[in-house]
Design a binder for this molecule. Sequence first.
Ligand SMILES: Nc1nc2c(ncn2[C@@H]2O[C@H](COP(=O)(O)OP(=O)(O)OP(=O)(O)O)[C@@H](O)[C@H]2O)c(=O)[nH]1
Ligand SMILES: [Mg+2]
Length: 584
Amino acid sequence: MFVVATAGHVDHGKSTLVRALTGMEPDRWAEERRRGMTIDLGFAWTTLPSGGTVAFVDVPGHERFVPNMLAGVGPVPAALIVVAADEGWMPQSAEHLAALDALGVAYGLLAVTRADLADPGPATARARAEIAETSLGVVPAVAVSGLTGAGLPQLRAALDRLAAQLPAPALDDPVRLWVDRSFTVRGSGTVVTGTLGAGRLRVGDELELAGADEPVRVRGLHSLGEARPEAAAVARVAVNLRGTPRDRLGRGDALLTPGRFHHTDLVDVRLAGDPAADLPATLTLHVGSAAVPVRVRPLGPDTVRLRLARPLPLLAGDRALLRDPGRHHVSGGVRVLDVAPPPLGRRGAAAARAQVLAELDGRPDLAGELRRRRLIRAGALIRMGVPVHAEPVAGDWLADPAHWRRLGEQLTEEVARHAREHPLEPGMPVDALRQRLALPDRVLVEVLVRPPLRIHAGRVGAASANALPEPVALAVQRVRAEYGDRPFRAPEADRLVDLGLGPREIGAAVRAGALLRLADNVVLLPDALDDAVRVLAGLPQPFTLSAARQALDTTRRVAVPLLELLDRRGATRRLPDDARIVVT
Ligand SMILES: Nc1nc2c(ncn2[C@@H]2O[C@H](COP(=O)(O)OP(=O)(O)OP(=O)(O)O)[C@@H](O)[C@H]2O)c(=O)[nH]1
Ligand SMILES: [Mg+2]
């Protein structure tokens, strides 16, 4: 099946033509038939000479209903442009064509209708010239009469040729079915319709619906009026949803393959063509069947940031159009460049952002995204439409390789700095490191730690056997706090017990260089040794044990082993009369 949307000025014969081609009534509402005017979208289909099926989305031409027209053409990649031979090119001929151009529609046909009323030549020439200037390029033209049927065989043949040109649908792509209609069927519940442009739908599928906490389930599928177990793109489909109230969804909503789309209310986009310098600050964004007010913030010469009044499931590369509803004016097309852009806080951020955007073309590549985002979950990238084909660094986190290397270096530096500033702590707490490196997940710290560093008891430190266990480190810290200003007073045995420093703990602290052992149960802080030499050097030489004890403001319990240690280290020398001198 292929789907084509009509386009053209009011009363130019679009619905008459669709009716003549399909034998079906595109004007569904009584009011439309009474007023002889299309108000909302109509749907009809027929078999072509080749045996293929064409489905039409028939749009209204009246200027008041342009938003309905846009909901119809948004998801459809081919157009049947209708111009009346007797009226020629008219304002909504131009506005509809501008919309198709803004959306980048590249496949189309021109039907010059009411050819029984006037020579189709002039209207054909003008319309083809106008269309040739747009994304549609030069299109085939057929003169027809919906009244007499003249030209219809040629038009069917031209539709067949158009169908053959269309690119094959991406059947493995995720589904994003933009809803163009929703209604209730007695006994079945809620039904929505739309044009399935890519992917497949099956009865029983679970789909995501923006704003709903729970997935919705496909209870039944119809296409071309028949129930089917499965529908593959491209197709017009009607989807019966299980347990979803009718008021939960309507035109502009989308049914999505779960986990594949990012609902965003902030996008950076490139304006197509020659962007007007003074875009209004508020416009309406039309994409798929949705229409959402947006605030426009200019960034670069052809790039802007759009703040959407409600989030939409958008992907990088999406085409959309901006319209000024007040002025009835299609302001232009946009291509989405980034569906999760960074905030623009500090001064100069907008200019810097414009430079980044200048490099983007809406075709997301993994390396570029990682370079810009540095660290991101694979799932988040997939939801932005980025193909993910790299190994995560941890969990489902992907990292830019250069950034990841820098993080590894930073981690080593932070741990070393922490060790300098807190020499008695057995390493830096993992969470402190996580904050220091501004990492979003603890697991990232864990995989960044490489030998000789290791994680032990929630801290990152050198993998040395001498690392101080935390309770010992705390006890040593308390010793330091209590004895720091009387460095030659050793804690009494019972105080050591209170502090939790038994023989094993003291041994660990001594091995780690955090305590100095003079004798069993006699410990000082390690810097005491140098301090003692300084004090003793200030005494008249030689000096006695008692003079040393007084100068150091300590007891024999400390002074005797302290001096013996200094002797062994060669800092002091013991004379035959038991007095000592400081060796200089
Ligand atoms: N003589 C003649 N009249 C036609 C032809 N096609 C349409 N008409 C008449 O033109 C009027 C408008 O036709 P529609 O098919 O409703 O036009 P439309 O483009 O669908 O109009 P909107 O949907 O409101 O934009 C109707 O009265 C039709 O009978 C044609 O080929 N020849
Ligand atoms: Mg109509």
